[in-house]
Ligand binder design. Structure first.
Ligand code: TXA
Ligand code: MG
Length: 317
């Protein structure tokens, strides 16, 4: 098992020696390594069991740093950066040569974000390289929102986990790219589409399809718990399973047909942020319930409900 602690100097030393460290962010925990070191980056892919065609996000602490690694920041990207960085926003920008091809899986765009977590920002300021960091879960499984989650799944692959408490947002960053100057959404995440559109106007292009080669990480199998998850038709499921064999992930109220002790409510106040914060830990808990399958209720398709539904649909695939 890894050591869990808050020692930034220890994390820095490990990272400077090409080792991996799990770091807290406001979205989910990341599995971090020196983005400029091919050894460290290769180690990330191997620890996660992640296919090398799925590129990584690099993390830094200010917009000036981002300028050093990209050929240009389109105006709308800059407006978003000023408004949402640090925060759950990732921008896809044309990379300079200094960013290793291994990080971007050979693509010309690099994904960059500034995480909004005091410990990780402090760590990043103390390093003279950015951190490549995917979510700190085995490939295809739910992202971790606490140090304990990381330790349970990757504890034998890394030596240190920087403990920043529970993730405040709870779902991954929103990814925005630009095609001929026009913004496109590549992943719905911690900043809602509505908030993004308030800053840069209506976004016409949304690439959430699993087959899109430009966003290889949008694979459908993402975010799965180990138990089979369904989003459709509880009545049909009840023809095959007894009520106590079904676990439920509900939005704001218990469902009638299933025993209450098998159900987890994301937000009894119908608050989307609270629901997002509880999503992954609730799926993990359901995975350990004494049930056969999970039925998840979709949320209204607005605000963070969209990002939550996106993860539930992928988990159900
Ligand atoms: O909130 C987050 O973004 C978390 C925290 C740790 O920062 N990170 C995260 O990383 O979710 P990961 O690797 O689990 O997901 C990154 C997604 C993947 O779907 C990947 O395919 C996509 O970003 N991505 C990264 N670089 C890309 C690129 N150059 N072009 C297209 N998609 C890219
Ligand atoms: Mg991930």
């Amino acid at each position: 098992m890894a050591i869990i602690g808050v020692d930034i100097l220890k994390a820095k030393t490990l990272l400077e020696n090409n080792q991996l460290v799990a770091i807290p962010t406001e979205t989910v925990y990341g599995l971090a390594g020196n983005a400029f070191s091919e050894i460290a980056v290769a180690e990330i892919f191997s620890a996660k069991n992640r296919p090398s065609f799925d590129p990584l996000i690099i993390h830094t602490y200010n917009i000036e740093k981002i300028r050093e690694w990209v050929t240009e920041i389109p105006e709308k990207a800059f407006d978003l950066a000023q408004k949402f960085m640090p925060g759950p926003l990732t921008l896809l920008l044309n990379k300079k040569e200094i960013i290793p091809d291994l990080v971007t899986a050979g693509m010309e765009k690099v994904a960059i974000r500034i995480p909004n977590h005091p410990l990780s920002l402090e760590l990043l300021k103390n390093l003279n390289f950015p951190l490549a960091a995917p979510s700190a879960n085995p490939f295809g499984y739910i992202s971790p929102t606490s140090a304990l989650h990381v330790n349970q799944q990757l504890g034998d692959k890394i030596s240190y986990i920087l403990d920043g408490g529970e993730a405040k947002i709870g779902i991954e960053s929103t990814i925005i790219g630009f095609e001929e100057g026009e913004p496109a959404v590549y992943r719905l995440g911690g900043i809602s589409l509505e908030e993004i559109e308030k800053v840069i106007g209506k976004i016409k292009t949304i690439h959430l399809s699993s087959s899109n080669p430009k966003a290889p990480g949008m694979l459908k199998s993402h975010y799965s718990p180990r138990k089979k998850l369904f989003i459709n038709n509880l009545d049909t499921l009840l023809e095959k399973y007894k009520p106590d064999q079904i676990g439920v992930l509900a939005f704001n109220n218990y469902l009638d047909k299933i025993p209450k002790e098998n159900q987890i409510i994301l937000s009894s106040a119908s608050n989307f942020s609270e629901a997002a914060r509880n999503l992954f830990s609730s799926l993990r808990r359901l995975d350990h319930f004494n049930i056969e399958i999970i039925f998840a209720e979709l949320l209204p398709e607005i605000d963070l409900g969209r990002a939550i539904n996106d993860r539930l649909r992928r988990a159900a695939a």
